[in-house]
Design a protein around this ligand. Structure first.
Ligand code: PMP
Length: 401
């Protein structure tokens, strides 16, 4: 039969499973419901916060009353230079030697996308590898950029820990120039991070096997602190190899909708860095021309003002400690209820997420019977728990175990 429309060939693409759950949660009429699916930090009151630091920075921007002009293709210069200091440290040799170039991006996702597009132009047979499991968009972004995407072992189901020897062995078997996507801190979805000693071994393997590390840091400040969470990045920086970093301020500034992040490429020298910058700008120019300004103005102000920087550290500490308290409360509540399983491991995981070990069937029952929404893989966002819903969540989990 003749096709009636050129779009007859378009298949229905699957809905994003996490965003789909979020929509289902919103329309769920039950009064008692808990959304642990999407990676958004909420306050004790269950609200996405407007951080003190953001309020102060926005006040200053308003007082300046500047017009809404275009930003340069690579973004706001005070923002991109601030990002480099945040990632590599104030006194970084990389910065002094102008080996790193940074472009502003549409969140961490945009940073990964610009990086993937750039690398696809550079590599003859682009191949990338992600942790098993990982944030699902890693695979989609690199595949759409033309990469063949594989995975390396990370989470060991039996022990509930990282299988580091298997991960390292897998990296050793990769072809030269394979792009290795690494979660620099607060691994999504498992909440399990490498130790600094383990990172040192990963750096060595990447250097010896000429791999291209691409560090994704979407949760800097949610693990142990801004400086502490940059440990892996600092080790790669000290190694002298080329690598990329995608960072996001969506979570750390609670600026989800402003789409603010950055891509940084660390090169061998400043001349190479300048050529790489020109290529990144060409990618951006043909995609969206130049980035939005508001989020960059906020973050740029903060990164360059000691007083605002101190306020940001304080705001982050408050979020980080509240998450830790919720991890503690969830484990304690489940213990007090006599749950069949020990949930102490939740307190050792880092960042917004916990890989709860719940099966897809248990996750389904949580939603159907209790209105507690989690991701099918068993990932729960502990940053959405609060004193008002943690007990109910524990009771629901206990019932489905
Ligand atoms: N990387 C990881 C691992 C993430 O979890 C996320 C957010 N879910 C991102 C990148 C992208 O963040 P953004 O919202 O800034 O695009």
């Amino acid at each position: 039969m003749m096709s009636e429309s050129i779009f007859d060939v378009v298949a229905q693409a699957p809905e994003d499973p996490i965003l789909g759950l979020n929509e289902a949660f919103k329309t769920d009429p039950r009064e008692k419901k808990v959304n642990l699916s999407i990676g958004v930090y909420c306050t004790e009151e269950g609200k996405v916060p407007l951080l003190n630091v953001v309020e102060k920075a926005e006040q200053k921007i308003l007082e300046e009353g500047a017009p809404h002009t275009y930003l340069p293709i690579s973004g706001l210069p005070s923002f991109t230079s601030g990002v480099q200091k945040l990632l590599f440290g104030e006194d970084s040799a990389l910065i002094k030697d102008k080996k790193a170039v940074t472009v502003q991006s549409l969140g961490g996702t945009g940073a990964l996308k610009v990086g993937a597009d750039f690398l696809a132009q550079v590599l003859p047979n682009p191949e990338a590898i992600v942790s098993a499991p990982t944030w699902q968009n890693h695979v989609a972004i690199f595949e759409q950029a033309g990469f063949e995407v594989g995975s390396y072992p990370y989470y060991d189901k039996a022990s509930g820990e990282i299988n580091f020897p298997a991960m390292l062995e897998s990296l050793k078997g990769l072809k030269e120039n394979t792009v290795v996507i690494l979660h620099a801190c607060c691994h999504n979805p498992t909440g399990l991070d490498l130790t600094q000693e383990q990172w040192a071994q990963v750096v060595d393997v990447c250097a010896a096997h000429k791999l291209i590390p691409f560090l994704d840091i979407a949760y800097q400040g949610f693990g142990d602190g801004l400086e502490e969470d940059a440990g892996a990045i600092r080790q790669f920086a000290a190694s002298g190899i080329t690598f990329l970093v995608a960072n996001s301020f969506s979570k750390s500034f609670s600026l989800y909708g402003e789409r603010i992040g950055a891509l940084t490429v660390v090169c061998h020298n400043s001349e190479e860095a300048s050529r790489v910058m020109s290529a990144l700008k060409a990618v951006i120019r043909a995609n969206y021309s130049n980035p939005p300004a508001h989020g960059a103005k906020i973050v740029g102000q903060v990164l360059n003002d000691p007083e605002l920087l101190a306020q940001w550290h304080a705001d982050l500490k408050e979020m980080r400690e509240r998450i830790k308290e919720m991890r503690r409360d969830l484990a304690d509540e489940l213990k007090a209820l006599g749950a069949k399983k020990d949930f102490e491991f939740v307190t050792r995981q880092k960042g917004m997420f916990s890989f709860s070990g719940l099966t897809p069937e248990q996750v389904q029952r949580l939603k159907d019977e209790f209105g507690v929404y989690a991701v099918k893989s068993g990932r729960i966002c502990v940053a959405s728990l609060n004193k008002g819903n943690v007990k109910y969540t524990a009771e629901a989990i206990k019932e489905v175990l």
